[in-house]
Design a protein around this ligand. Structure first.
Ligand SMILES: *[C@@H]1O[C@H](CO)[C@@H](O)[C@H](O)[C@H]1NC(C)=O
Ligand SMILES: *[C@@H]1O[C@H](CO)[C@@H](O)[C@H](O)[C@H]1NC(C)=O
Ligand SMILES: *[C@@H]1O[C@H](CO)[C@@H](O)[C@H](O)[C@H]1NC(C)=O
Ligand SMILES: *[C@@H]1O[C@H](CO)[C@@H](O)[C@H](O)[C@H]1NC(C)=O
Ligand SMILES: *[C@@H]1O[C@H](CO)[C@@H](O)[C@H](O)[C@H]1NC(C)=O
Ligand SMILES: *[C@@H]1O[C@H](CO)[C@@H](O)[C@H](O)[C@H]1NC(C)=O
Length: 923
C-alpha cells in the first residue's frame, strides 16, 4: 500500500507508444537476458527474464521491451527491485481502466503494448531504478501451438536492445507420443548463428539451447551494436500412432488431439471469388494473378473449380464449375493472366453467385469450399454489412465453409472474419508485402487437401467441452478438443469421432486416455498445464464466438471469458493487468491492438478507442455448436498421462536424436554437441510459401556438423559413458572411458584455448575436475565445490552455492547460477553443469558454441561420425565392421539429464583413435 503509489496497466486494447527499441546502453546494462520456453502437449509457456543494472551515480529509467506472439496471452508480469517485488494483477478491464483513467488525469500514463507486425506484438514498460541498483523483469506468456501444414511452430523473438553477456534461450518440448521431426529456423537459428544452437532429442523430448557469444550478437543478419535482433523458430511434429488421435488426461482435464493421416483426399469443388476493384490496382492485382496461377497448377484432376471476378459487376469466368483437367486449367490461366483492376466492390453479389455455382453442382463424395479475396469494404450493390452477412449465411446454410482473405490493412477485417466464422470458415489477413502471392498460396495449401467433412466429436463422461463440430478436416492441420472429465471419473469417459471421408462414413472410438507417468519432473510440480490449455482454448474460441453474437447472448459469453481470464490470469481483450510500481512512478497502459491495426507510426502517444475483439486465431477451426459453459472446477493435480509413446520415429539428419526410453534403468550420461540443422533438411515437408512470416525464413544453409559427447556410470571404478552424435543417424554412438582418467575435452588451435577434465575416480558419473586454459596466464578451474579463476597473480573463487556469481573481463564472462556455470569467450561458449546423483556430485561440460566448424583436438572437438547398420549389433564405421550393442546413456549436457538410447561401441571406433590420444597427464 504505502510502497505502491501508482498503478500501471496493460490491457489488450488501448494503445500508444513508441516502438523504437531504446538504446541507452551507456546508462544501464542488461547483464542477463534469458528466455525459457516449456512446451507440453502443444501448450507453450514462455518466461522472459531480463536482469538490468543501473551503474550510474544517478537514478535512471530502465526499459523492458520485448515482442511476443500475437496468439499468446500474457499471464504474469513481475518486477523485482532490490528485495521488493511488484506483481501484476489481472483485473476486469473496466475496473483497471478506471484506475488507469485516474492516473491519466494525473498525467501519469504512458502506453504499453502495440502491434508490430504480422505475428508479434510489442510489450514495453519502464521503471526508475536508483543509482547502482538492479531490477529484474519477468514476463510470462502462454499459447496453444496449432498445427499448420504438417507442423507446429514455436516462435521466439529476441531483441534485448544491447549486447548481453549472458544471453540465452532454452526450450524444452515434451510430447508424449514422441516427436518425429524438429528443425530450428529463423534468422537466429540459421547461417552463422547456427553454431550457437544445440539441440538434443530423447524421443518424447527435444531441447534447444541458443547461446550466442557477444560477437555473434553483433554479427548476425540485422544485428549490430544494439545486439541481437531476430527470431528463433522451432518447427516440429509428433508421432501419431493411432488414427483416432491421442487423448491425454491430467488432473481431471483431458485434451484430444485428432489428426488422422491414413485417409484419402476428398475431391473438392472450389470457387475463388476475386476482388478486382480499383483498390486492387498495381502490385496487389499482380500478386493475386501470380498466386492464382500457382494455385491452379496445384488443383488435382478430380477437383472442380470456378473463378469469379467482381467489382461493381460480378463476372464469372464460366457459369458452372469445371473439372480441373489440363484443357480447362490452360484456359483458366489465360483468363487469370488478363485480370485487371476496375470498379467498386460488390461483395454480396459475388458471394451469392459463388454459392449458386456450388449449389448447382452437387457431387457425391466431394468437399466444397468458397474462398473470397478482397481488399476493401463493400461499396456497390448491397453495402449494408449486416445484410450481406445474413444473405450469405442463408445462402450457404452451413453446407460448406467460406474463407475470407482480407488483402492489406484497408479492409474491414472484423466484417470478413465474422462472415467467415458464421460460415464455418476463418478470416485471414494477407499482408501487403513482396510475399503476398506466397501468403495466398500458403493459405490455399492449408485447405487444399480435405480428408474429412462434417466431423463430430462426441464425449461421454465429460463436460465443459471446447468446440466439437468441424465442417472440414484438412491434411496437415489438427482438431483439438479439451474438456473436463466428469467427477474426474476416467472409467466412464469415452470418445467418439464421426465424420465423412471420401468413400464412407467413418467412426473412431475409444481413444483411451492415458496417464502420463513420464511427464518431466520439472512439469509435475507446476500448476496443471492441461487445465490452462483448456482455459486458453476456451477463451480463444469464446472470443471468436462472441464476435458473432449480440444482446444477452453476447453478454453471457463475455462474462464467461472474463471469469476465465481472471481465474487463469490471462490478459485478454476483456482484462487488464495492473501493476503497482514504486512511489512516484508513471502509470502505464499496455494495449493489445486489434489484428491488423496499423502500428503507431511515430513515438507520439496515441490513445485508441476501446474495442472488444480478439486477434483472430490462425487455426482452421470451424465454428459450430458445442460450447458448454466453461467454468473451472479445480482439478486435482496429478501426474500426466502417457500414451503409446511409439517413439522411435527416428530423427533424421545429422543432429543428435535420442530414441525412446525416457526410462531410468541405467545410469550413464551424455554430452552432445548436436548438429543443428540436420533434421530439418530431410524431413521438412515441402510446402513452399507456407510461412507467413517470411522475412527471417532464411533459406537452408550450411549444416554445420558438430558433435560429441560424454558420460559415466555409477559404481566406483565403473567407466564413464560418453555420447557422440552420429551423422545421418537417429541413434548416437556411445562409448566408455574407464574411471579416473584425465582427458582432453577440447583444444582450439586458433585461440590456444583448451579444456581438460578428470573423470571421477569413485562413484559419480562424470568429472570431478575440469580446467579451461584460456592462455598462458589465465585458467578457470571447476571442481564440485568451487570455481577458481586465475589471471596472472590474481585469483578469484566462487562457490557453486553462490547466488548469481558473475565474473567479467573484456574477453571473458563467467556466470554461475543454478548449478550451471556459463563461460563465454570470443570464439566459444560453454557451460559446466553440476549434477547430483545418489548423493554424489560431479561435473559435466557442454559446448554451446563451438570455436570451429572443423574437427579440433579433444573428445568434444570431434565431428559426428557416420555409421551404417549392416546387421543387428554390427555397424560399419569408416569402412570397418564394428560390434555394437543397443544401450543407453544419460545426457548430462542438459540439466534434466534425459536417458537416451545409443549404439555402444568401443572407444577407438567412435573416436577413431586410441584412448591414449585423448588422455592428458596433467590437467
Ligand atoms: C545527477 O542528476 C542531477 C540532477 O538531475 C545532475 O545535476 C547531476 O549532474 C547528475 N549526476 C550525474 C553523475 O549524472
Ligand atoms: C497428408 O500429408 C502427409 C504429409 O504430411 C502425406 O504423407 C500424405 O500423403 C497426405 N495425404 C494426402 C491424402 O495427401
Ligand atoms: C454424437 O453427438 C451428436 C450431436 O450431439 C448426437 O446427435 C449423436 O447422437 C451423438 N452420437 C452418439 C453415438 O452419442
Ligand atoms: C525453464 O523453466 C522450467 C519450468 O519453470 C524450469 O523447470 C527449468 O529449469 C527452466 N530452465 C532453465 C534453463 O532455466
Ligand atoms: C463445468 O461442468 C460442471 C459440471 O457439468 C458444471 O457444474 C459447471 O458449471 C461447468 N462450468 C462451466 C463454466 O460451465
Ligand atoms: C589471457 O586471456 C585473458 C582473457 O582472455 C586476457 O585478459 C589476457 O590479457 C590474456 N593474457 C595473455 C598473456 O595473453
Amino acid at each position: 500500500m504505502d510502497q505502491a503509489a501508482v498503478v500501471f496497466i496493460f490491457s489488450l486494447l488501448l494503445i500508444g507508444l513508441h516502438s523504437s527499441p531504446s538504446v541507452k546502453s551507456n546508462n544501464w546494462e542488461i547483464y542477463s537476458f534469458h528466455i525459457n520456453t516449456t512446451v507440453t502437449s502443444r501448450y507453450a509457456i514462455t518466461v522472459i527474464t531480463s536482469r538490468v543494472a543501473n551503474s550510474r551515480d544517478n537514478s535512471t529509467e530502465i526499459d523492458f521491451h520485448v515482442k511476443i506472439p500475437k496468439t499468446a496471452f500474457i499471464s504474469k508480469f513481475r518486477m523485482t527491485i532490490g528485495e521488493q517485488t511488484y506483481d501484476g494483477v489481472v483485473k476486469e478491464k473496466e475496473m483497471a481502466q478506471q484506475q488507469y483513467t485516474q492516473a491519466v488525469s494525473r498525467g501519469q500514463s504512458t502506453g504499453l503494448v502495440s502491434s508490430v507486425g504480422r505475428t508479434l506484438e510489442d510489450f514495453k514498460t519502464s521503471v526508475t531504478v536508483a543509482a547502482h541498483s538492479k531490477v529484474t523483469f519477468e514476463l510470462t506468456y502462454e499459447e496453444l501451438l496449432s498445427r499448420r501444414l504438417g507442423k507446429y511452430e514455436l516462435l521466439i523473438n529476441a531483441q534485448p536492445g544491447q549486447i548481453v553477456k549472458d544471453f540465452k534461450i532454452d526450450v524444452n518440448i515434451y510430447e508424449k507420443t514422441g516427436i518425429n521431426f524438429h528443425e530450428v529456423k529463423g534468422s537466429l537459428g540459421e547461417k552463422d548463428m547456427a553454431s550457437a544452437v544445440t539441440t538434443t532429442r530423447a524421443d518424447e523430448q527435444v531441447w534447444v539451447h541458443f547461446y550466442p557469444t557477444r560477437d555473434q550478437q553483433m554479427q548476425c543478419d540485422g544485428c549490430g551494436e544494439t545486439g541481437l535482433k531476430g527470431n528463433l523458430k522451432i518447427h516440429y511434429d509428433v508421432n501419431r500412432p493411432q488414427s483416432q488421435g491421442d487423448v491425454t488426461e491430467h488432473g481431471g482435464y483431458f485434451v484430444h488431439f485428432f489428426a488422422p493421416v491414413d485417409l484419402p483426399r476428398i475431391p473438392k469443388n472450389v470457387v475463388f471469388l476475386i476482388d478486382q476493384s480499383g483498390s486492387m490496382h498495381g502490385r496487389k492485382i499482380e500478386q493475386t494473378r501470380d498466386a492464382l496461377l500457382k494455385i491452379l497448377d496445384d488443383l488435382a484432376e478430380d477437383d472442380y473449380f470456378g473463378l469469379i471476378l467482381f467489382d461493381s459487376k460480378v463476372s464469372p469466368w464460366k457459369h458452372e464449375l469445371l473439372q480441373a483437367n489440363h484443357n480447362n486449367l490452360k484456359r483458366a490461366k489465360d483468363f487469370v493472366r488478363r485480370i485487371v483492376d476496375r470498379g467498386a466492390t460488390d461483395i454480396n453479389a459475388a458471394v451469392l453467385k459463388g454459392v449458386e455455382m456450388i449449389n448447382k453442382h452437387p457431387r457425391e463424395s466431394s468437399a466444397s469450399i468458397l474462398i473470397l479475396l478482397t481488399d476493401g469494404d463493400p461499396t456497390s450493390g448491397e453495402t449494408n454489412q449486416g445484410k450481406i452477412q445474413s444473405n450469405v449465411r442463408e445462402a450457404i446454410g452451413k453446407k460448406f465453409p467460406l474463407y475470407c482473405l482480407g488483402f492489406g490493412l484497408d479492409v474491414n477485417f472484423e466484417f470478413l472474419q465474422k462472415m467467415a466464422q458464421e460460415n464455418s470458415g476463418v478470416g485471414r489477413r494477407i499482408y501487403e508485402d513482396s510475399d503476398a502471392a506466397l501468403q495466398l498460396k500458403g493459405f490455399y495449401e492449408e485447405v487444399a487437401t480435405p480428408l474429412l467433412t462434417s466431423v463430430q466429436m462426441n464425449y461421454t463422461g465429460a463436460t465443459n467441452l471446447t468446440q466439437t463440430t468441424f465442417s472440414h478436416y484438412y491434411n496437415g492441420s489438427e482438431i483439438v478438443v479439451a474438456g473436463q472429465i466428469t467427477d474426474n471419473n476416467i472409467n466412464d469417459f469415452t470418445t467418439e469421432v464421426i465424420a465423412i471421408s471420401k468413400h464412407n462414413k467413418v467412426m473412431y472410438r475409444d481413444t483411451t486416455p492415458t496417464k502420463d507417468e513420464k511427464l518431466p519432473a520439472d512439469l509435475s510440480g507446476k500448476e496443471n498445464f492441461l487445465q490452462r490449455l483448456w482455459a486458453c482454448l476456451t477463451v480463444k474460441q469464446l472470443l471468436e464466438k462472441e464476435l458473432m453474437l449480440s444482446g444477452e447472448e453476447k453478454e453471457a459469453v463475455r462474462k464467461m471469458v472474463l471469469d476465465l481470464s481472471l481465474k487463469y490470469s490471462f490478459v485478454t481483450p476483456l482484462t487488464s493487468m495492473v501493476v503497482t510500481k514504486p512511489e512516484g512512478e508513471d502509470t502505464q497502459v499496455a494495449n493489445k491492438p486489434k489484428e491488423g491495426e496499423k502500428p503507431p507510426i511515430t513515438s507520439r502517444r496515441t490513445m485508441l478507442k476501446l474495442h472488444v475483439q480478439s486477434s483472430p486465431s490462425m487455426r482452421l477451426a470451424q465454428h459450430g455448436p458445442g460450447y458448454v459453459l466453461p467454468q473451472s472446477r479445480q482439478g486435482k493435480a496429478m501426474r500426466g498421462s502417457s500414451g503409446g509413446g511409439a517413439g522411435g520415429g527416428g530423427g533424421r539428419g545429422r543432429s543428435f536424436q535420442g530414441p525412446p526410453g525416457f526410462s531410468m534403468e541405467s545410469h550413464s550420461h551424455f554430452l552432445s554437441m548436436p548438429a543443428l540443422h540436420g533434421v530439418a533438411s530431410r524431413s521438412r515437408p515441402a510446402y513452399p510459401g507456407t510461412d507467413f512470416d517470411l522475412f527471417d525464413d532464411v533459406p537452408e544453409s550450411a549444416h554445420l556438423p558438430l558433435a560429441t559427447a560424454v558420460s559415466a556410470t555409477l559404481t566406483p571404478g565403473t567407466p564413464v559413458r560418453f555420447l557422440m552424435t552420429a551423422e545421418g543417424q537417429s541413434l548416437p554412438l556411445c562409448f566408455d572411458i574407464p574411471a579416473g582418467h584425465s582427458v582432453r575435452l577440447l583444444q582450439d588451435p586458433t585461440s590456444g584455448l583448451s579444456m581438460n577434465g578428470e573423470l571421477t575416480s569413485e562413484g559419480g558419473n562424470g568429472f570431478q575436475r575440469i580446467i579451461i586454459h584460456v592462455n598462458a596466464s589465465m585458467t578457470i578451474e571447476f571442481d564440485t565445490v568451487k570455481i577458481t579463476v586465475k589471471d596472472g597473480q590474481d585469483t578469484v573463487s566462487f562457490m557453486w552455492t553462490d547466488k548469481d556469481a558473475d565474473h567479467t573481463t573484456d574477453s571473458l564472462s563467467l556466470i554461475i547460477r543454478d548449478n550451471e556455470a556459463d563461460i563465454t569467450m570470443t570464439t566459444i561458449r560453454a557451460v559446466i553443469l553440476l549434477h547430483w546423483q545418489d548423493g554424489k556430485s560431479f561435473l559435466w561440460p557442454a559446448v554451446r558454441k563451438r570455436p570451429s566448424e572443423n574437427a579440433i583436438p579433444g573428445i568434444m572437438g570431434k565431428l559426428p561420425v557416420a555409421y551404417e547398420e549392416i546387421q543387428p549389433a554390427k555397424l560399419r564405421i569408416q569402412g570397418q565392421e564394428v560390434d555394437a550393442t543397443s544401450d543407453s546413456a544419460k545426457d548430462y549436457s542438459i540439466k534434466a539429464a534425459p536417458q537416451v538410447r545409443c549404439q555402444l561401441v568401443e572407444l577407438k571406433f567412435a573416436l577413431q583413435g586410441e584412448l591414449s590420444e585423448f588422455t592428458v597427464l596433467q590437467l
